[in-house]
Design a protein around this ligand. Structure first.
Ligand code: G4P
Length: 537
């Protein structure tokens, strides 16, 4: 990094090379598909952790992925996105966690604004599940390329061709298998690597039920002999794949239209090595990010970064706020004074940290694709841009379709001023969406969330941070649609529906009890605007 007399700094020549080594991705899946197991298996294979033995139970598995979460839990909060860095084959893989269990929330979606690729993880017995579908919608809307990993092949599941068909039919994503399983789900014999001249690797379980399966290459002749009829069947299926042209195609993959598919089993750690190789070979490195006006900022331009997540520290003694920033361009160096694009104010990065799963480290340099955590980030908001050198504003991260709604009221009327300030803050940080209407009045805003945990966070913070305890009365709406000023008077007051204004952007949202009621309203009022919001809506 060189700094010129006018204070502008320029990316060093190695910034572009460092960016090319980065793969920044997330795993999208439904709870229980095996995300934690896969995360660990990836780290294990890349030798980021030393022992395979700790992979077993949920309780013991925390080592790699969840220490950071535990730390936060101890402080009374369990929402966070850790970034796990995996060094592999001269690449730096940044795996951004998508909290996706009971604590499914807007944060989960926002992480997808900070990745260049996603792994869609499917349980071989279940195929596409609701949460996966919602997250996939976000990937599609953002044109994030998706690699599919069909997990748990060591357990009884569905036919491989049937799973491919489901992907193609339900989400219109053309599957292009990179490997093919030998043996049906539950009788997993091995994998044929279509991307490497159909080499066959036999799965060889280590004795004593240890978690790590060994990979054993086998010639086709030997495979025919050892595997018998299942081998012949796999070859037939392979031939079929060739005939229907289900071959990897870079252009459609990067455009989010086709998806390389890998079969495997994360728990016995089989097929995971190929996933790592696939990430390195096929997943796109960071590229020029377009600003609000669509102008690309090259990765070797001076520093720019996007705030994709805010984390409030629940500890009263350390009322800190941390911003997670994805580096979009340039080399980040600790201590840089950046500009906060939306206010034009300087932001000092003396206390920047890298958050790598189990520990926070003070970070000195970071490159495009890396995630840095900035402490004391009280002025930053989700979607904000930080930059050095020429000014840049990245487009805001879209709001997602809320599915849970509650009216907030101050428990102590004497603390109304604090109540208002707190709600404003929750809105600005994007902890929940805040909706208002003349009918309900300022004192009873409606909070809207993607996942109910977001309400718990608001309740806790209003009490602890603003000393303005609230009560939340859940209201029976499940669906939100965007409407407009002309349609609002028609829709507002219809049975089972209500129109409110979203504070952050002034959008008018119609809330409806459920999708059946929505269907009736759509039928009765074809003239009214009722557009779905991004994901889930
Ligand atoms: P999640 O983070 O997506 O929620 O899933 P997680 O990794 O916790 O995995 C959910 C369950 O599926 C776990 O079992 C895990 O061991 C199992 N699992 C994951 N991948 C595989 C696989 O490839 N093969 C098999 N057979 N099982 C797999 P659990 O019984 O719920 O918990 P645990 O106590 O065994 O950890």
């Amino acid at each position: 990094m060189s700094v010129t007399a006018d204070g502008a700094s320029h990316g060093s020549p190695d910034t572009a090379a460092e960016a090319r080594r980065r793969r920044t991705f997330a795993v999208i899946s439904h709870p229980d598909a095996g995300k934690s197991t896969l995360t660990e298996a990836l780290a294990l294979h890349a030798a980021a952790i030393t022992s395979a033995g700790a992979v077993h139970g949920k309780g013991e598995r925390r080592g790699v992925t969840s220490d950071w979460m535990d730390m936060e839990r101890a402080r009374g909060i369990s929402i966070t996105s850790a970034a796990l860095r995996i060094d592999y084959d001269d690449c730096v893989l940044n795996l951004l966690d998508t909290p996706g269990h009971a604590d499914f929330s807007e944060d989960t979606y926002r992480v997808l604004a900070a990745v260049d690729c996603a792994i869609m993880l499917l349980d071989s017995a279940k195929g596409l599940e609701p949460q996966t579908l919602k997250l996939f919608d976000v990937c599609r809307a953002r044109s994030v390329p998706v690699i599919t990993f069909v997990n748990k092949w060591d357990r009884p599941g569905r036919e491989p061709l049937e799973l491919l068909d489901e992907i193609e039919q339900r989400i219109g994503l053309r599957p292009t298998p990179l490997n093919w399983p030998v043996g049906i789900a539950g009788d997993f014999r091995g994998l044929i690597d279509r991307s490497a001249g159909d080499t066959y690797t036999k799965m060889h379980r280590t004795p004593g039920g240890a978690t790590r399966a060994e990979e054993q290459p086998l010639s086709h002749a030997d495979a025919a002999e050892t595997e018998g009829a299942v081998w012949a069947q796999s070859l037939e299926e392979l031939e079929l794949l060739g005939e229907i042209g289900a071959d990897y195609d870079e252009e459609s993959f990067l455009a989010g239209k086709s998806s390389p598919v890998l079969f495997g089993a994360a728990l016995p750690n089989f097929g995971v090595a190929q996933l790592l190789r696939t990430l390195v070979r096929l997943a796109p490195p960071p590229s020029a990010e377009a600003d609000e006006k669509g102008r690309p900022r090259p990765v070797d331009a001076p520093f720019s970064g996007l705030v994709f997540k805010m984390q409030a520290n629940m500890d009263k003694a350390h009322r800190d706020r941390m911003a997670f920033v994805r580096v979009c361009s340039g080399r980040f160096e600790r201590g840089m004074v950046l500009t906060h694009a939306s206010t034009g104010r300087p932001f000092a990065t003396k206390y920047s940290q890298a958050v790598f799963g189990s520990e926070r480290q003070t970070i000195d340099t970071a490159y495009p694709g890396d995630v840095i955590a900035l402490v004391n980030a009280h002025s930053l908001r989700v979607g904000d841009t930080l930059f050095d050198g020429p000014e840049v504003h990245f487009p805001p991260i879209p709001s997602f379709a809320p599915e849970h709604f509650a009216v907030a009221r101050a428990l102590d009327a004497g603390r109304y001023k604090q109540f208002r300030r707190g709600i404003e803050q929750m809105d600005a940080e994007g902890v929940v969406q805040v909706l208002t209407s003349d009918v309900r009045g300022e004192q009873a805003p409606v909070l809207a969330a993607v996942g109910p945990l977001q309400f718990d966070v608001v309740k806790h913070r209003m009490e602890q941070e603003f000393r303005a305890p609230i009560e939340l009365a859940h209201i029976d709406y499940n669906v939100a649609r965007r409407t407009d000023a002309a349609s609002a008077p028609v829709l507002h007051g219809l049975s089972g529906a209500e129109v409110l204004k979203r504070r952050s952007d002034g959008e008018l949202l119609m809330l409806v009890h459920n999708k059946w009621r929505l269907k009736v309203i759509e039928r009765d009022h074809p003239e009214a605007v009722m557009e779905p919001l991004l994901a889930g809506g």
